[in-house]
Design a protein around this ligand. Structure first.
Ligand code: ATP
Length: 261
């Protein structure tokens, strides 16, 4: 049974339909990426899963049980954490206070152990617990937003555009972190305009176009698809016209991110 499933989900804003019959699956321990152009509907999918938006029709299932009518707080308690687009950390508050807000739903007894695991993943935040988040770079704020999402010990992390507005060097670091989180057992849904990076770390992907799933498949297959290359990777179909060339491209990206095949 999939960990999370959307069955024929449609929704929109004030009567304007934006998502049309979206069917997708996230299995335990996967990174699944949603890619597509600006306005394709990726954030709307994420918001519908976390409960910020309601499906107008269709079903959202967690472990096979419908959650589409639950408020966001209940979904968080059931293990779905949303790291929103634009980070939305509290700029006037310290790192510690931002993190405490992410833990407000926690009643688990092993808080110390959990915090030790978080500090291992985010040593910089540990060193700067009393610093004001507004003094951080965009990349550091994104790290803080992800750490805040992890505070509730989620099973599923919904990451919305973690690369947005971040310096390239830190983007690589953030994507390495996301791959590490998957290796630690988190299941991750990653909405991302940077399709190349997202598909490089993902297991599977869905390509959105005008609120519909246009293509789906293994991340490797999508990276090797001339259509995806031309439209979303910005390299032109000629550059990946042979399978060998596309495999070289994918392996270079993996090497750059320092992650395995
Ligand atoms: P982006 O990367 O720009 O966030 P996206 O793929 O995540 O793109 P969405 O943000 O889900 O796309 O937007 C899908 C459509 O819904 C777009 O046409 C957008 O204009 C519209 N939309 C998004 N948010 C709202 C809103 N709050 N009110 C009305 N329409 C909205």
């Amino acid at each position: 049974m999939p960990l999370l499933e959307l069955r024929s989900v449609s929704t929109g804003y004030s009567g304007n339909r934006v998502l049309h019959d979206v069917n997708l699956i996230l299995n335990e321990g996967e990174i699944v990426t949603l890619v597509g152009a600006n306005g394709a509907g990726k954030s709307t999918v994420v918001k519908t899963i976390s409960g910020l938006m309601k499906p107008e029709s269709g079903q959202i299932l967690l472990d096979g049980a419908p959650i589409g009518d639950l408020p966001p707080s209940d979904r968080l308690r059931r293990g779905i954490a949303h790291v929103p687009e634009g980070r939305q950390v509290f700029l006037g508050m310290t790192v510690r206070d931002n993190l405490d807000l992410g833990a407000y739903s926690m009643t688990v007894p092993d808080h110390g152990e959990h915090m030790d695991a978080i500090w291992k993943l985010f040593p910089v935040l540990h060193k700067r617990l009393s610093d004001i988040a507004g003094n951080f770079s965009g990349g550091q704020q994104q790290m803080l937003a992800i750490a805040r999402g992890l505070m509730s010990k989620p099973r599923i992390l919904l990451l919305d555009e973690p690369s947005l507005g971040i310096a390239p060097l830190l983007v690589s670091e953030i994507f390495r972190l996301i791959a590490t989180l998957r290796d630690k057992g988190f299941s991750i849904l990653l909405a991302e305009q940077n399709a190349r990076l997202a598909l490089t770390i993902a297991d599977r992907g869905y390509v959105f176009q005008n609120g519909r799933i246009h293509l789906s498949g293994s991340a490797n297959d999508l990276l090797n698809s001339p259509e995806v290359a031309e439209r979303y990777l910005g390299v032109g179909s000629a550059a990946v016209s042979s399978e060998a060339a596309s495999l070289v491209l994918a392996s270079r990206l993996r090497a750059a991110l320092n992650i395995g095949a």
